[in-house]
Design a protein around this ligand. Structure first.
Ligand SMILES: Cc1cc2nc3c(=O)[nH]c(=O)nc-3n(C[C@H](O)[C@H](O)[C@H](O)COP(=O)(O)OP(=O)(O)OC[C@H]3O[C@@H](n4cnc5c(N)ncnc54)[C@H](O)[C@@H]3O)c2cc1C
Length: 1011
């Protein structure tokens, strides 16, 4: 009988260490030819074939399908003849060429080299042994630094009796028994393993042992362990053993190791805390130590180079660093470097009074929110630990040498100021090595800043438990090199590069996350600290806030009165018309309440217009007086930039009529002004698309816009409205209520793009029920022909048919667009995008001292949005931290019923990653709505299921302009369902619906959670 051939698990990739048997392609007893595939195995990369290059018969024992076989381990056999085939039984999974170490052998190894028997030194009357406490999770021994009590002293519970140096810091040893301090006592500077006796407490003073300033090894840890206590056996304290010592390693924390494992660990300098136990109940056995990466790295294979001198034992801190660094050698790391210019960060940190190191830590934490894998770590064996808290360890030189790494926690969420306070605290104690364990344990990321020491480039070594370390070198001509050394098991090169680029952005533009670092007005001899261009809601609110803070402010507006479009051509005049339309509508709805004789209301156009103009002019005059009163220099004229600190105010086009948009001037008259800061709040006039006939129609009044509709001398009989946005919808219904026959055409499938879809859909249906109003969506306007009073609006409807609507006028409500060209933005270097000035959430343009707010920057073109952005600009100029948050902005469409919104719709919430739920109530079930017969519509609340925060409220309801107030407070105040549900709403009011909806949704969420 010839030797059977062993089919071994082949190494099918350079990284493969084991394979899983997926299938056997041949059966036991089958004849095998050279090159036959006998099995398939799953490697770390793919499922691959196992070929054999021997002839013979497949013989058992074969390893089972799904079993894991180490590379080189036997899978099956090939025998020479059919008779030799062995059929029975599957091979044990771990068939190996090597003989496994049996626990029994370990025990015998342990008894072969027994540790010296402990000798008790406990004095008579001892009530307590003061043992070396374990003061950190990695501490195995401590050095006695100082005895703070003397032998014979009376000790009370909680007294600190000594100070010891651990691997991390110098810490107190407290006792929790009463008694008298007694010897034998360990000497200062001696190294005592954790759990070993340092001294004793005796009951009576006369029992105190004063002589013998040492503890014999008998003062050993408690015998609760089944293992024998190993000690150096020397009479004095335990000495630090270099790698290769025969002293067993200290027992690991919260787990067990066999004596042989400890012996081998002692010899190879392995920290058993870093070893995973694979013995029964997780006990660490010898093979665990031998196979541990720590062992390979920690000196089992380390050569001792013959150098003169005996060397000194490392102190605890040196040893801890040495072990940690040795363990790091098993990490497959790589380096990536990106340079950043830190000037802005240094300046911003100085202004904020925070340390640059802390600012860098904060920037690292913020970048981690975008690239969370950088904050994970690898854990043996083959586990990834995902973490959301960013706790950054930052290396600090301890006084007297050595490195300490205090950990700044919550860098992703804590405020910069709080982090700075904490860092100051930590730094002092870190330098004197008096950190507490939770102040240095378990960082998730590390930063080493040697730039402070003038180092031009370096990289650092990450420690186990982290995936990466950032090395910051000194800034040179190319910027400050930031090098990340990262563990390739956790992150790849692209992830690190992206992280570093995000970090670079945060370091170079700290204002994006640190907020303004002081007033934005640059030093200089300016005519005005700030010039505001435009006197609408955006400009006026900004100017007033700045003036209220004592700034020298000018507001340049091309109209004789402030108020902008909102007052003269927008919100206020349209609401004056709406008020009249409401009255007409309400009269017709009184009958069901028994109020008769009011249904045929008649509009006196001239009276309405007189009232409208009176309100506008009164408010314009009031605003001008207030502006002047608060010391804003109001200048009439059209402003254009001449440089980034000067502008020309063209006063040649000035006139006294505030109702019309000011005409262009010819620059023949005006003044040049210089400014520290400028705020552009010039609004956006109506946009008329190139529909054939539309522009021609503007000249004779056949075609009107929101600028010119106010010149109507009577209510037209028939009106065409193009555009289903807020202005078009409001105008269309106002004129229908005034008695006009109205056709509204919208190109899109739906009206009111900014309004929640269900609300918009319902509103379309309700408005289409109005007798004189028709809304056509998906319509395409072909042309506008004719003169005012005889206009033909030619369009194609959604079914492809052409139609002509005859009317007196067409109102173009086709959106608003800023007109930027006359502002000469290029002279100041101000950037625009898609026809809007680019501004951030702090209203800043790309030029640091120039701001832009309101309609001119796009987004929601609403008066309160402009006002808020104006206040944000003022705050930023003043150096305050304020931002505009569109997710909390609101709007009302003044139709009947009114559509309104605040915050996010379901779709918007979902697109932001919020797991949202919605609750809605129809107005038809509300008592007040039933009484007044205003039952159209609904109120909806959108809620974050996780936090229960209400993120949006949407309305289709009469009086939504009032009800929106509660929604605004709920959303802007980040209120939860519970808070809304518990609020006491007065009865009978429609505000009760909010509490009702909140309670209903809470109940639904509770029930669905239970399932
Ligand atoms: C019919 C209609 C109804 C509306 N209804 C509402 C509503 O109900 N609720 C709501 O929130 N919003 C409503 N709006 C929108 C609202 O009017 C605007 O969003 C708001 O006025 C924008 O404010 P603003 O400060 O950005 O610009 P504007 O109000 O347009 O003010 C800009 C001012 O700057 C002047 N100006 C422009 N260029 C220069 C220059 N170079 N130099 C000097 N001065 C200059 C302009 O003439 C104007 O006076 C409505 C708009 C219209 C047309």
């Amino acid at each position: 009988m010839s030797e059977p051939y062993v089919i071994k698990m082949p190494q099918l990739s350079d990284t493969m260490t084991e394979g899983v048997v997926v299938s056997w392609e041949k059966n036991i007893g089958d004849k095998i030819e050279r090159g036959d595939i006998v099995a398939t195995v799953e490697t770390d990369k793919a499922i691959m074939d196992v070929e054999v290059f021997r002839e013979g018969y497949l013989s058992g024992p074969v390893s089972e399908v799904d079993s894991t076989i180490p590379v080189g381990g036997a899978m099956a056999y090939i025998v020479a003849s059919a008779e030799e085939v062995q059929k029975e039984g599957a091979a044990p999974v771990a068939v190996s060429e090597e003989t496994p170490v049996e626990p029994a052998q370990e025990e015998s190894a342990s008894t072969a080299a027994p540790a010296p028997a402990p000798v008790s030194a406990e004095p008579e009357g001892a009530v307590n042994t003061i043992k070396m406490p374990q003061l950190s999770d990695t501490m195995t021994e401590g050095i006695v630094v100082e005895w703070t009590k003397s032998l014979g002293d009376k000790i009370e519970r909680g007294d600190v009796v000594a100070q010891v140096e651990t691997d991390k810091a110098i810490m107190d040893v407290e006792v929790f028994r009463e008694g008298y301090l007694s010897g034998p006592m360990t000497e200062i500077d001696s190294v005592v393993p954790v759990g070993f006796a340092m001294a004793y407490l005796v009951e009576k003073e006369d029992q105190v042992v004063k002589e013998g300033a040492v503890v014999q090894s008998g003062g050993a840890p408690s015998s609760s362990s089944t293992e024998e206590v190993a000690s150096s056996g020397s009479a004095t304290s335990h000495q630090i053993q270099p790698a290769g010592s025969s002293t067993p390693a200290a027992r690991p924390n919260n787990k067990y190791a066999t004596p042989l494992a400890r012996k081998i660990a002692g010899q190879s300098g392995v920290d058993l805390n870093a070893v995973q136990g694979n013995g029964p109940a997780g006990v660490i056995v010898a093979s665990d130590v031998m196979g541990s990466s720590a062992s390979a790295a920690a000196g089992a294979t380390m050569l001792e180079a013959p150098v003169p001198g005996n060397g000194r034992a490392m102190n605890a801190m040196e040893k801890a660093i040495s072990r940690s660094m040795s363990s790091s050698l098993s990490m497959p790391t790589f380096n990536v470097t990106v340079n950043a210019v830190p000037t802005a960060l240094i300046k911003a940190s100085k202004k904020k009074g925070v340390s640059v190191t802390v600012s860098i830590a904060k920037a690292c934490g913020l970048a981690m929110l975008k690239h969370p894998t950088m904050n994970w770590c690898y854990q043996p064996t083959d586990k990834l630990v995902e973490r959301s808290n960013v706790d950054i360890g930052m290396a600090v030189s301890a006084d007297g040498g050595g490195l300490v790494v205090p950990v700044l926690r919550g860098c992703e969420s804590n405020s910069l100021e709080a982090m700075n306070d904490e860092w100051k605290e930590l730094l002092g104690r870190a330098r004197s090595r008096r950190l507490k364990p939770d102040e240095y344990a378990n960082p998730t990321f590390m930063v080493s800043n040697m730039g402070m020491l003038g180092v031009s480039y370096f990289d650092a070594i990450p420690t186990p438990g982290t995936a990466a370390i950032l090395a910051i070198a000194a800034a040179g001509t190319e910027g400050m090199p930031m090098t990340i050394t990262a563990d390739h098991r956790v992150v790849n090169g692209a992830e690190v590069a992206l992280y570093l680029n995000t970090l670079k952005g945060l370091i170079e533009q700290p204002e994006t996350w640190m907020g303004p670092t002081g007033p934005a007005v640059p030093e200089g001899d300016w005519d005005y600290d700030a010039i505001i261009i435009g006197g609408g809601p955006g400009g006026e609110d900004c100017a007033r806030d700045l003036a209220a803070h004592g700034m020298k402010v000018a507001m340049v507006n091309d109209s004789p009165y402030p108020g902008g479009e909102c007052l003269w051509r927008g919100c206020i005049p349209s609401k004056a018309w709406r008020a009249a339309a409401d009255k007409i509508r309400d009269r017709a709805h009184d009958e069901h309440l028994g109020v008769e004789g009011t249904t045929k209301a008649k509009l006196n156009w001239n009276k309405l217009e007189k009232t409208r103009k009176h309100v506008l002019e009164t408010r314009g005059d009031m605003a001008l007086k207030t502006d002047k009163g608060v010391k804003i220099k109001v200048i009439q004229g059209f402003a254009r930039f001449e440089s980034d600190h000067t502008l020309f105010v063209d006063q040649s086009g000035n006139n006294d009529n505030p109702h019309q948009r000011a005409p262009n001037g010819d620059r023949s008259k005006g003044e040049k002004l210089s400014f520290g800061c400028a705020v552009i709040a010039t609004g956006a006039p109506p946009f008329v698309p190139p529909i054939p006939g539309a522009h021609d129609g503007l000249t004779d009044g056949a075609v009107l816009t929101s600028d010119t509709v106010w010149g109507l001398e009577s209510v037209p009989k028939r009106i065409g409205v193009i555009g289903g946005g807020a202005i078009g919808m409001e105008m269309a219904q106002i004129f229908q209520d005034f008695g006009s026959k109205v056709l509204l055409l919208e190109g899109q499938e739906r009206i009111l793009a900014e309004v929640e879809p269900e609300i918009a859909k319902h509103l379309t249906a309700v408005l289409n029920d109005d007798p004189n109003l028709t809304i056509q969506t998906s319509a395409s306007v072909k042309s506008i022909k004719g003169k005012a009073g005889a206009v033909k609006l030619i369009y194609t409807s959604d079914d492809g048919k052409d139609h002509t609507f005859s009317c007196d006028h067409v109102i173009m409500a086709t959106g608003k667009r800023p007109v930027l060209e006359p502002l000469q933005l290029d002279k100041a270097g101000i950037e625009s995008e898609n026809g809007m000035i680019k501004a951030d959430i702090r209203s800043r343009t790309n030029v640091p001292h120039i701001f832009a707010v309101g309609d001119v920057i796009g987004g929601l073109m609403l008066a309160h949005t402009a006002g808020q952005q104006g206040r944000v600009a003022a705050a930023t100029i003043l150096g305050e931290d304020m931002t505009y948050d569109q997710d909390k902005d609101s709007g009302v469409i003044f139709t009947r019923p009114e559509a309104a919104f605040v915050g996010l719709s379901m779709d918007q919430a979902k697109s932001k990653g919020i797991d949202a739920a919605e609750v809605k109530m129809p107005m038809s079930i509300d008592a007040k709505a039933m009484i007044t017969n205003e039952t159209h519509g609904m109120i909806k609340m959108v809620v974050d299921k996780k936090s229960h925060r209400v993120v949006g409220v949407h309305y289709l309801a009469d009086h939504a302009d009032t009800l929106i107030g509660e929604g605004v407070m709920i959303v802007s105040g980040d209120m939860t369902l519970e808070q809304v549900a518990h609020a006491i709403h007065p009865h009978p009011t429609q505000t009760e619906m909010f509490g009702e909806m909140a309670r209903r949704l809470l109940s639904r969420l509770r029930r669905s959670k239970k399932k």
